[in-house]
Design a protein around this ligand. Structure first.
Ligand code: HEC
Length: 243
């Protein structure tokens, strides 16, 4: 390859590395979700949380219930019994019952389709979002990852109620940390696991083929390793006669 082209490629990579870095720092400190999308049990628990707590407002309209049944290793009967409410059928997409116009008049904003939210926001952002809801001075919900979001803290009964503790930085009042003012049904550690399950499901939702892709990837790597051994053995065989 031409030297100049190589140089240009290196330059491009360096620019990309720097720009992704500065993007990460402008996002503020995110917590680490540590989700494993191949953990099907976590996705199953997350799917249940999703239909119970989110589907009333948010659709996931790129996902069909029967695909969910197949990917998460659940029978179609189990999915119909546990995950499908209202009059949806097993081949339907995950739609929301609320009319968009009603959502806007109740919440001020239409809740977005969550099919691809893990792709646009990332797992760490989602994890941080669900851990940093707090009740502000006016008695309303607010969020550190998404200030002034028009979504209420729908999991507050599980987490409890957090309140902000302020500190002064350069003469300005800023939120230093959140403190659990009223405990919920779960301990903080249990709630973190709940959020991890939910984010695992959202991650799966964002790329349903990811689980399969990763499983296939392992076999491809094994094949390549085996092939390299074979190729080496063949090379040794040919060169024996040349020497
Ligand atoms: C009462 C209705 C309601 C429920 C229930 C609800 N949400 Fe929301 N959600 C909203 C609204 C409205 C917004 C838009 C917020 C905004 O843009 O200010 C939103 C925004 C979001 C966002 C940010 C999307 C983005 O990229 O901007 C995520 C992620 C989200 N919701 C996830 C969830 C999950 C997961 C659940 C279930 C645990 C859930 N929501 C339950 C109403 C709801």
């Amino acid at each position: 390859m031409n030297k100049n082209i190589l140089l240009a490629l290196c330059g491009l990579l360096a620019v990309l590395a720097i720009s992704t870095n500065s993007f990460a720092s402008s996002e503020g400190a995110l917590m680490h979700a540590n989700v494993n999308v191949r953990d099907t049990a976590a996705s199953q628990r997350g799917a249940r949380l999703f239909v119970n707590y989110c589907l009333s407002c948010h659709a996931a309209s790129y996902m069909r219930y029967n695909r969910l049944a197949e990917d998460l290793g659940l029978g179609e009967d189990l999915v119909m019994e546990n995950l499908v409410f209202a009059d949806a059928k097993i081949g339907d997409t995950m739609e929301v019952a609320m009319r968009p116009a009603d959502a806007v008049s109740w919440l001020g904003k239409e809740p977005p389709n969550l099919s691809l939210v893990a792709r646009s926001r990332g797992a760490d952002w989602l994890y941080t979002y669900f851990l940093t809801f707090y009740r502000d001075e006016n008695g309303g919900w607010n969020n550190l990852a998404f200030p002034n979001a028009s979504m209420p803290h729908v999991l507050w009964q599980l987490q409890g109620i957090q309140q902000p503790i302020y500190a002064t930085h350069d003469g300005q009042q800023v939120i230093d940390r959140l403190e659990l003012a009223q405990p919920g049904l779960q301990t903080p550690a249990e709630y973190e696991e709940t959020v991890r399950d939910l984010v695992t499901f959202l991650e799966y939702l964002g790329e349903p083929a990811e689980v399969k892709r990763k499983n296939v990837g392992i076999w491809v790597m094994l094949f390549l390793a085996l092939f390299a051994l074979l190729a080496y053995a063949l090379k040794a065989e040919y060169w024996r006669d040349v020497h």
